[in-house]
Design a protein around this ligand. Structure first.
Ligand code: GLU
Length: 552
């Protein structure tokens, strides 16, 4: 029995050849140097920060070379597939404005190289597997799961390499007749690749990030088609897909690095050129004094839900991810503050090969900076959008008091050095709650400084609100009035005089305004008091003075 006859027996309905697919998916007509890249997550979990880094790097590579960025759903591991994972991938890409030029979603295929969902490409894989059987490079293997377990246990116990190779590859050399007999008798089988590698020989290749890598050749007869659902394994599927979809560069996590010799063997078995590889570093985080791999189970920030829930602006998250992807991104950003991230000329060589440290403090800084540069109305709209999704109470309040909220958010904004108060939308309310009268029923924690005596505070506030506060005052007039009262009540309005003779005074003008600030907001750290008073107006200030009287 020939190999071709065995292949026909296994795949009687596969009539297309690999040449047919070569023609159906011809080389792409792109300009010289254009990169064809893909984001190819498996829906076996929710999109995480490592996926995000792959997506952004891919997007940059395609954008900066007039190439193609496509999305491929690698769903061959159906046993581990997680409900909602695919939808979440599409949601995240949309949220971050990372738009694949080719993809398949909700029944719609965009692009000429699809289907882009692996489980829908089963016929294609079978044609390629059939070809390998016909040329003697793959074979059916009838090892049962019990036998496989036994082999693994034996290998573990005797400190042998794990896998089906050498003498463990029991069905590698059985005759086609024997194999056919078993198939006809209904025995279950997987298809294994017939490796010709030698583990004692070195395989050398150039990873675009990590440089020259030396690994042992592959000699394992890996399964390329599973018995239970006839789907290919990742190793095989990605080789076929990356070839047919004419991928030029593969960006993927470094956990795949050790599989490159196998992938090389698979590409070579068809005579295909291997794409170039960029293996991205592990994402690390600081944990106390140690640095460890970020964990999807332990670290909420590992999953992409986190950033939306916390309300980090899209651009800030993208920048934080790019900052760990390339060491010169920050410098580029400083010189190009308004460009979209994908115009950054990503260089695989400038990616740390030892690990990328993702630091939430860094993200907070990037984000604070970014939020501080937004216009108040723009910040308000984003804040509102976030609150609508994640905080109904805040949404109701800021909708009801739209003008006051914008007015407040506008304090010390659009100036040379704007305030950097907010790192994300979820942290805003803790810093602005006092602007909403409805919130004053909470337990109040007045943060007075030097002047903490109730009688004294009351005296200052009553006198000020009754005789000195004028709603129509300019900031300068407002401050003149405060200084006047300050002097009258035994405080120094002039800091120089105060410093020369501190014991002559009850305090200085800063102590004096702190009293007002704390009565009106409970906090001694707020944006400009003049603006706060302006938003509140006399009536509301008097109300707050009453609350102070009752609660302090
Ligand atoms: N589906 C693989 C994963 O999610 C992708 C690896 C690749 O991009 O080739 O790990």
């Amino acid at each position: 029995m020939t190999n071709q006859e065995l292949a026909d027996l296994i795949f009687p309905n596969i009539t297309k050849t690999i040449e047919d697919y070569e023609q159906a998916y011809p080389a792409r007509n792109l300009k010289e140097g254009a990169k064809v890249v893909r984001f190819a997550p498996s829906p076996t979990g929710f999109m995480h920060i490592g996926n995000m880094m792959s997506a952004t790097i891919n997007y940059c590579l395609a954008a900066s070379s007039d190439g193609i960025f496509y999305l491929r759903n690698e769903d061959t591991d159906q046993a581990r597939s997680v409900e909602g994972a695919v939808e979440f991938i599409h949601h995240i890409l949309k949220h971050y404005h990372i738009y694949p030029q080719e993809y398949e979603y909700e029944g719609k295929i965009v692009g000429n190289y699809g289907p882009y969902i692996q489980s829908e490409r089963i016929e294609i894989y079978h044609a390629f597997i059939k070809h390998l059987i016909a040329v003697g490079k793959a074979y059916p293997c009838f090892l049962t799961s019990d036998e496989l377990n036994e082999i693994r246990e034996y290998q573990q116990k005797n400190k042998k390499r794990i896998g089906i190779y050498g003498r463990y590859a029991k069905f590698r050399d059985v005759s086609n007749e024997d194999a056919a007999k078993r198939i006809k008798a209904g025995e279950k089988f997987t298809i294994r690749f017939r490796s010709e590698g030698d583990f004692n020989k070195k395989f050398i290749f150039e990873d675009l990030t990590k440089g020259k890598i030396e690994l042992p050749e592959n000699d394992i007869d890996v399964p390329i088609m599973k018995s239970e659902n006839l789907l290919p394994t990742y190793h095989f599927a990605h080789v076929v897909d990356d070839h047919l979809m004419r991928t030029t560069h593969v960006v993927r996590g470094e956990e795949w690095l050790s599989s490159v010799p196998l992938h090389y063997e698979l590409f070579s078995s068809f005579g295909f050129k291997m794409p170039k590889y960029i293996h991205t570093s592990l994402i690390l985080k600081k944990d106390g004094d140690t640095i460890r791999k970020i964990s999807k189970r332990k670290d909420p920030e590992a999953l992409m839900f986190y950033y939306e829930e916390k309300g980090y602006p899209v651009v800030a998250v993208l920048d934080a991810v790019m900052t760990i992807a390339n060491s010169n991104f920050e410098e580029w950003r400083t010189n190009n503050p308004d460009k979209p991230f994908y115009e950054f000329p990503f260089s695989p060589k400038k990616m740390s090969s030892s690990g990328a440290l993702f630091d939430l403090d860094k993200l907070d800084n990037i984000s604070k900076n970014y939020i501080s540069k937004m216009k108040a109305s723009e910040l308000y709209e984003e804040y509102l959008k976030w609150a609508k999704e994640y905080d109904e109470h805040v949404y109701n309040l800021i909708s009801k008091y739209k003008d006051d909220t914008i007015h407040f958010l506008n304090i010390e904004r659009e100036v040379k050095k704007p305030r950097k108060d907010y790192e994300n939308y979820s942290s805003i309310f803790d810093k602005i709650w006092y602007m909403f009268d409805e919130e004053w029923d909470r337990t109040l924690n007045y943060d007075f400084g030097k002047i903490a005596d109730k009688e004294e505070i009351l005296a200052i506030m009553e006198e000020y609100l009754e005789h000195y506060y004028q709603e129509s005052d300019t900031e300068e007039e407002w401050f003149t009035a405060i200084k006047e009262l300050c002097d009258k009540m035994g405080y120094a309005s002039n800091m120089k005089e105060y410093k020369e003779n501190p014991l002559h005074y009850k305090g200085n003008v800063a102590d004096f305004t702190t009293v007002m600030r704390v009565v009106l907001t409970t906090s001694s750290m707020t944006p400009n008091l003049y603006d706060i008073m302006n938003i509140l107006g006399r009536e509301r200030m008097l109300k707050r003075l009453e609350i102070f009287k009752e609660n302090y």
